[in-house]
Design a protein around this ligand. Structure first.
Ligand code: CP
Length: 307
C-alpha cells in the first residue's frame, strides 16, 4: 500500500490501521533524511502550503514549517492575531482568499472542535488538522506512536497510560484512537472531574490511582493541565492536583519496572511532572519533538500524492 485512504488528515478516527502504518513507515525514511548533513529533498517542489494558526503553538507550528521546508515546498504562514480576522473576516473567506493565491495544502490549528472538518466541506485544498479545540491532534498522536515504536520496538500489546486532563485534551483522544488501532492497551488516569463522561465507551481502562496506573503501564504519557480551557474549577488547587497526579522522581524510582515517560508539551514543570522526571533517561520528550518533523514530512508527502 502506497496511498492513504483519505484526502485530508482531519483526525485519527478517519484513518485505517494500514494508513497509520504507512505514515509511520514513511516517517522512518524521512527520519533518516533529516539526520543527513543535507536535510532537504525535492519531494514537494512546486507545492505551496499555508500554515494557518488561529491558536498559539510552538512545537506544531515550527515542526510543520520545518517539515515543509525539508520537502522543498513553498510555505506561507498566517497568524490570526495579526490578520484581518481581527476585522471580522470569516474562516471560509480568510481561507478562500489564501487559496486564491494558488495554495495547494492548508495546515490549520483552530480553537473550535470540528474546524478542520468544516473547512474540508467548503474548500478544495487538502487539509491537515494541526489541533482543533479539545477534539483531535492527529499528527501529535502519530509522532507519539512513532516514538513508542522507536523506543520499544513495537506498539501491539504494549500498555500505555494517559495521565491527567483527559477532558480538555485533543492529544488524549487522538492517542486513544491511534494506539488502539495499532493494537495497544490504553488506560486513562486522573480525577473523575477531568474524565469525559463517555470515556469508557472508547474501550479504555479507567484508573484514578496514579501509582496503580504506573505499575500497570509500559509507557506513561503525562498531559498538561489545560487551565486556559477550564472556565470552572475542576480540582481544588494545583498543589492538590500535583500531590495526587503529579509524577516525581521518587515515585518513578519506586516502581517495580522502568517505564517510558512522554509529554506532548508544553510542560508545566512541577505540576504534572517534575523537572528531574522530564529530563531523566526514561523520558523521550525531546525524541517526540524530533520525530514530529519526520512524521509531518510523511503526512504531507503522502497527502500530496507524491508516493
Ligand atoms: N504539542 C503541541 O501541540 O505543542 P504546541 O501547542 O506548542 O504546538
Amino acid at each position: 500500500m502506497t496511498k492513504l485512504s483519505t484526502k485530508h488528515l482531519l483526525g485519527i478516527k478517519d484513518l485505517t490501521a494500514d494508513d497509520i502504518q504507512l505514515i509511520l513507515n514513511t516517517a522512518e525514511s524521512f527520519k533518516e533524511v533529516i539526520n543527513r548533513p543535507i536535510k532537504k529533498v525535492p519531494s514537494l517542489r512546486d507545492i505551496t502550503i499555508a500554515n494557518l494558526f488561529f491558536e498559539n503553538s510552538t512545537r506544531t507550528k515550527l515542526s510543520f514549517e520545518l517539515a515543509e521546508k525539508r520537502l522543498s515546498a513553498d510555505v506561507v504562514n498566517f497568524a490570526s492575531a495579526s490578520s484581518s480576522v481581527k476585522k471580522g473576516e470569516t474562516l471560509i473567506d480568510t481561507v478562500n482568499n489564501i487559496l486564491a493565491m494558488k495554495v495547494d495544502m492548508v495546515v490549520m490549528r483552530h480553537p473550535n472542535p470540528g474546524a478542520a472538518v468544516f473547512l474540508s466541506k467548503h474548500i478544495d485544498a487538502k487539509i491537515v488538522n494541526a489541533g482543533d479545540g479539545a477534539h483531535e491532534h492527529p499528527t501529535q498522536a502519530l509522532l507519539d506512536a512513532f516514538s513508542i515504536k522507536e523506543k520499544l520496538g513495537s506498539i501491539k500489546g504494549k500498555k500505555i497510560v494517559i495521565v491527567g486532563d483527559v477532558l480538555h485534551s485533543r492529544v488524549a483522544l487522538s492517542n486513544i484512537f491511534c494506539l488502539q488501532k495499532l493494537g495497544a492497551e490504553v488506560m486513562v488516569c486522573g480525577p473523575t472531574t477531568l474524565m469525559p463522561k463517555y470515556i469508557s465507551s472508547l474501550g479504555v481502562k479507567v484508573e484514578h490511582n496514579l501509582r496503580k496506573a504506573l505499575e500497570w503501564c509500559d509507557v506513561a504519557n503525562m498531559l498538561r493541565i489545560q487551565l486556559e480551557r477550564q472556565d470552572i474549577k475542576f480540582f481544588p488547587s494545583l498543589r492538590e492536583y500535583t500531590m495526587l497526579y503529579g509524577l516525581n522522581k521518587s515515585m518513578l524510582d519506586s516502581l517495580s519496572k522502568k517505564i517510558v515517560i512522554m509529554h506532548p508539551g508544553p510542560i508545566n514543570r512541577g505540576v504534572e511532572i517534575t523537572s528531574d522526571v522530564a529530563d531523566s533517561d526514561q523520558s523521550i520528550i525531546l525524541d517526540q519533538v524530533e520525530n514530529g518533523v519526520a512524521v509531518r514530512m510523511a503526512v504531507l508527502f503522502l497527502l500530496a500524492g507524491r508516493a
